[in-house]
Design a protein around this ligand. Structure first.
Ligand code: PEP
Ligand code: MN
Length: 336
């Protein structure tokens, strides 16, 4: 259940409603909207009688949330959540572009890519230092050294950085360097990690699992928010289907469905979605047309030599072309 306070309800009224709910044996979570405060009741609220709360001072109404995800749902918060990091805001009318290599491979590779994506119009830099690879014999990332290189690229370009954290014990280290903590597809249901990033104050980019439903993605977001971190962005990155011409199948449907079900920003990663650079720009355009709040694109100065995901990485000039095309689509659908 969510308890919507009247516009202008006083801090004392909010405190007294919270105290009453907690006295009745439930946990609460406050959502501070621009006009109203919402008190979310956590736990099995079926035995609660809404009328008992509707009469409390400062309460406008109560709403039962029937979906299994609560804090994440549109019912808990009608307005879009906005997530800000390093001067970039995601979830507003602008379409944010995050770009960079799959992995940080060397100082020279990252600096070259960082400057190129910045010049092309990216607003944030991505790059993995800790890499989840299907084979233990593949390049596993530079680890902490990769984080140092990312931090230097941020100093040089001013672009905030998005990088993956793979384990709960790594969260303090990665959060020291990253502006956004990426939880990868393979870890979407690593509940220990979700709780750990939920205790961090860094925004989280939560990628959809390879075989996960939209509801499972939202339940994972619920773990993070209920642990105390409301700064969550969802990322559709393609799901596994029977189709073999592409690496995954971009679930374009997920974009409007998520925008309907949740107030959280939705980012599309067409690079992992298709797995072939030739198709990345087309799917990026489709994602923006479908309502994505941002894109995450893999870019490499020399894709043939990339230590991971070269086949889906765009050369900087192709990325610049993608940015130009995406701007046209964004304007066409009333975005910036
Ligand atoms: C990545 O972003 O490079 C990555 C490993 O993505 P995913 O977790 O979606 O496979
Ligand atoms: Mn990758």
């Amino acid at each position: 259940m969510v308890i919507t306070m009247q516009p202008g309800a006083s801090p004392e009224q909010i405190k007294s409603v919270t105290a009453r709910v907690e006295h009745d044996g439930f946990k609460t979570h406050l959502v501070q909207g621009t006009e109203r405060t919402i008190v979310c009741v956590l736990g099995d609220d079926r035995p609660m009688d809404p009328r008992a709360y509707e009469v409390l001072d400062g309460v406008e109404k109560t709403t039962r949330i029937l979906k299994p995800f609560k804090l994440t749902s549109r019912e808990a918060q009608r307005e879009n959540s906005k997530v800000t990091f390093g001067g970039v805001q995601v979830g507003d009318t602008n379409v944010v572009i995050i770009a960079g290599p799959c992995s940080v491979e060397s100082h020279a590779q990252l600096m070259e890519t960082a400057h190129a994506v910045k010049d092309a119009g990216a607003q944030a830099l991505r790059g993995g230092a800790f890499k989840p690879r299907s084979s233990p014999y593949s390049f596993q990332g530079l680890g902490e050294e990769g984080l140092h290189i990312l931090a230097e690229a941020r100093d040089q370009t001013g672009l905030p950085i998005v990088t993956e954290v793979m384990a709960s014990q790594q969260v303090p280290l990665v959060a020291e360097y990253a502006d956004v903590l990426q939880v990868g597809a393979r870890n979407m249901q690593n509940y220990d990690l979700l709780r750990a990033v939920g205790k961090s104050n860094r925004p989280v980019l939560l990628k959809r699992g390879l075989m996960s439903t939209i509801e499972e993605l939202l339940m994972s977001a619920e773990y993070i928010i209920s642990a105390g971190n409301p700064l969550v962005m969802l990322c559709e990155r393609g799901i596994r289907t029977f189709e073999r011409y592409t690496r995954n199948t971009t679930d374009i449907n997920a974009i409007p469905v998520l925008k309907d079900l949740t107030h959280l920003p939705v980012i599309l990663d067409p690079s992992h979605g298709v797995g072939k650079w030739e198709y990345v720009a087309a799917v990026a355009r489709a994602g923006v047309a479908a309502g994505a709040d941002g894109l995450m694109i893999e870019v490499h100065p020399n894709p043939k030599q990339a230590l991971s995901d070269g086949a889906q990485s765009l050369k900087p000039e192709k990325f610049a072309e993608l940015v130009r095309q995406v701007k046209v689509v964004a304007t066409g659908v009333g975005r910036e």
